[in-house]
Write a protein that binds this ligand. Sequence first.
Ligand SMILES: Cc1cc2nc3c(=O)[nH]c(=O)nc-3n(C[C@H](O)[C@H](O)[C@H](O)COP(=O)(O)OP(=O)(O)OC[C@H]3O[C@@H](n4cnc5c(N)ncnc54)[C@H](O)[C@@H]3O)c2cc1C
Length: 617
Amino acid sequence: MDQSTFSEYRKNKKCMIWQSKHITQHGLKSKKIISDKTIEIKDLRPSPATECIAIVGGGPKGFYALERLLAQLKDAESTTNLEIHIFNTNSFFACGQNYRPDQPDYLLINYAIGNIDAWEVQQAPQIVTQRLNLTEWIKHNKHEQCPEVNPRDFASRELVGYYLMDCLQHVVQVVPKNVSIRLISTQVEDIIESTSTYTLYADNQRLPFAYESILLVTGNSYHNSYLENAQQHAHVTCFNSAYPIRQLDLIPDQADVAIQGYGLTFTDVALHLTEGRGGRFEYQHNELIYIPSGREPILYPYSRNNLMMLPRSGMLPEEKYELIFFTDHYIDSVRQRNRENKISFKKDIAPILQKEIQYAYNRLAREDDGLTEMEVIDKLFFPNKDLDSPQLENYHQYMLEITQYMQEEAAKGISASPFMLAVHACRACLLQMAKVYNFCGMDGKSHEYFDRKWSSNMNRLSFGPPAENSKKIHALLKAGYIQAKYGKLPAFRFNSNGLELFNDYYTKTFQYHIDGRIAKPNLAAANNHLYGNLFKSGMVRELINDSYHTGSIAIHSDGTLIGKENSMLYVYGTPTEGNVLDNDTLSRKSYNFGNIWAHKTASLVTTKYKKQYEHSL
Ligand SMILES: Cc1cc2nc3c(=O)[nH]c(=O)nc-3n(C[C@H](O)[C@H](O)[C@H](O)COP(=O)(O)OP(=O)(O)OC[C@H]3O[C@@H](n4cnc5c(N)ncnc54)[C@H](O)[C@@H]3O)c2cc1C
């Protein structure tokens, strides 16, 4: 690799974006090793006198739980013969769908590499000695001529996939004796409970194993419903998900494409349909410009609020905003006041959030530029709410201006921009909200109100794309490959020419539509095959807070299922959302029900535990 490759990085970018092309072949070797270890259902045979454990879902969190289980078993006095079956819909174990190493390298993680560590950092039994976090792993494996690694840098998701697979490869090399691991590429469809074990169904067959313990760690595996009646209109191609992203390659060059959602998926789609089709981004006079290939479709995004996510700079965990008002002490005092009742979001929380965010803004604003609480909230959350008709007719121009403003504020950072400091406070408030939200801490109405009105807005401000990707989106708006025409949520109808999206200000007909939202759990609608079956058989229950039907699986605070108190069926990660706030991340730190499951499962299968267990019955 030539040193000059990095001249542009040095000249124009504050942070490097690490991709697999920067890593030596030796560093990337685990993908093949893991893929070679992957088997299919037909390769599985029961072994006599062997106990079986299952992990359903082979994403990062399935890997985290496996690593903890093995670390626990390492110190157990003796174990019976044990097989751990990990099921995943593809052979990219430890990556899941989101960090697949076969995806294009312009799809990025949305926070700095210094935040990513696949290993347990707390005091805990360990099985692998060399436990590198992502920053150290890149340092260790990069080509010599690449620049120094900075924890504030970003990385492609495919590179994170290589890292995670390498971590898994280290773990499978040190499996304790008596234990074997099977990486099985198939989708689990159902689970049936017997007296104290479970049977799994996959590939339309009953698997010949009695599982002692199961962890459900299935990530983002819900489906959006198709646009109403879409399937009756074959002349319109409707994608109900943007992933896998390469399916969008069937969209013809220069086609007009409507996309629902302005979030992170929208960014992926926009880059795939431009950079992914041979276009290039180049700095000219310090500004990022798009150089087209001529093969780009034109994207017409729309959403409920028609606003982009805020760019994120490479921040590290230790740079957390210190909350002044929305503190643990405040939350405790609210709980004390409401001993009989749950917390009310509107009465107890919204005012303090507003105060916290306003305070952050005014700390940096010049005295004569200070804003009231509502002015700050409007500026951050609803900047387009008072647009008049001419502005809504020319929404694209508004979008260009607001994304330009966002770039400028992001470049100033949290030490010079009141706006960005307020956003930083908002991010801290969202993380703090978990203490109020978790396990139905708020009454049902508040829970629903927060989920519907505040959560996505706070997410939009707090967890946006890396600044570099926001600049690319701005360049695409400027070049006209993104047409932000809809300033109000359009209605839709099918006609003989295609799908018509219309509001008072703009109407257009499309042959292609992408649902660019990440689907949320909806047990009653069975938008996940496995959970639909488990809900039907009564194995899982829906989380209902007062009269609010969340659509999520109801769990206890240790990750076990409500209604299955003595069972060894646990849930971890995205399927626990609704019970806890924001468990859809790579982080190992929050709500790690996988650790609890690993601990309990290790106890269950060790001889020592069995004796205690029998004694206590
Ligand atoms: C496009 C995208 C980008 C993201 N970027 C970031 C980011 O930059 N940073 C961040 O912290 N978070 C990000 N996230 C959030 C992401 O969910 C987590 O980072 C992480 O993937 C969660 O890991 P997981 O193991 O819980 O789930 P997943 O990674 O979703 O893995 C679950 C795996 O289980 C498999 N599976 C599901 N059901 C079954 C079944 N019935 N049988 C067998 N296998 C099954 C799935 O196919 C998948 O491979 C992103 C999410 C998306 C959708």
